[in-house]
Write a protein of this length. Structure first.
Length: 202
C-alpha cells in the first residue's frame, strides 16, 4: 500500500490521545513480557516520531490551530485514583517521565512517545533502533537520544512502500532482529496476563 500523497501526519498533533493510551499501555505489557528472559531484545520503531512531546504545543498546526487530542486520552486517566490496575505500570512511567521534565502533578505536560517509554524500561542488554522519515522529526529524535549508546537513530528514506518499511529496517539494523517466535511468545504471555473483561476509563 502506497502512502497517500499530501497527507500531513505529525505524531505531535495526536500525542497522548486515546489511541496512544491503548498502544502504549500494551507496549509496556509486551516489554515486561520480553524482559522475563535475561537475554536482551532489539526494539525497532519504523515511525518513531520525536520521542517526547510538549502537550502545550500539540494544538499548533502548520496553518491553523487544532483542538488538542490528549484531554480525551491521557487527560482522562491522569488524576484518577481508580484507574484499572492493568494501566498502573504505564501510568507510573508516563507520570515519572513527565515529572522528570518539570511537569506539574495536576495535568500532564510532557508525553513520551514509544521510543522514550521503551528506553525508560530498557535494561543494559536491550537496544533500540529508531527510524523516522520526516527530517524535522528525525532531528528532534536525534536530540532526544543524543549520547545514548544503546539507541540508534536513522533516517527512513522517502518513497518506500509502507509494507516494505519493516523489511528495509530489518535488513539494515545494526543488530540481529529478534525471532518471530520470541515476538509471538511475548504476545501470548501478555494476552494471558490480561483479564477477561477490562474496565474502561470513564
Amino acid at each position: 500500500m502506497q502512502e497517500a500523497q499530501g497527507v500531513n501526519y505529525r505524531h505531535a498533533y495526536h500525542a497522548g490521545n486515546y489511541a496512544d493510551v491503548l498502544k502504549h499501555a500494551l507496549l509496556v505489557r509486551l516489554v515486561r513480557a520480553l524482559q522475563r528472559k535475561e537475554k536482551g531484545f532489539l526494539y525497532v520503531d519504523t515511525h518513531a516520531g520525536q520521542g517526547r512531546y510538549d502537550l502545550a504545543r500539540t494544538a499548533r498546526g502548520d496553518s491553523r490551530d487544532r483542538l488538542p487530542e490528549w484531554p480525551d486520552g491521557i487527560g482522562r486517566l491522569w488524576a484518577r485514583a481508580d484507574a484499572p490496575p492493568e494501566l498502573g505500570d504505564y501510568l507510573g512511567l508516563v507520570r515519572s517521565l513527565d515529572r522528570g521534565r518539570g511537569g506539574a502533578a495536576q495535568a500532564p505536560r510532557f508525553y513520551p512517545g514509544s521510543p522514550r517509554i521503551v528506553r525508560a524500561m530498557a535494561r543494559p542488554q536491550d537496544r533500540l533502533e529508531l527510524w523516522e522519515r520526516e527530517p524535522a522529526e528525525c532531528a528532534a529524535l536525534r536530540r532526544e537520544f543524543s549520547g545514548e549508546r544503546r539507541v540508534a537513530v536513522r533516517d527512513l528514506p522517502h518513497g518506500l512502500d509502507l509494507a516494505r518499511d519493516v523489511h528495509a529496517v530489518a535488513r539494515t539494523a545494526s543488530v540481529r532482529r529478534p525471532s518471530v517466535a520470541v515476538i509471538v511468545a511475548a504476545l501470548r504471555a501478555a494476552a494471558r496476563a490480561l483479564p477477561d473483561q477490562g474496565a474502561r476509563p470513564g
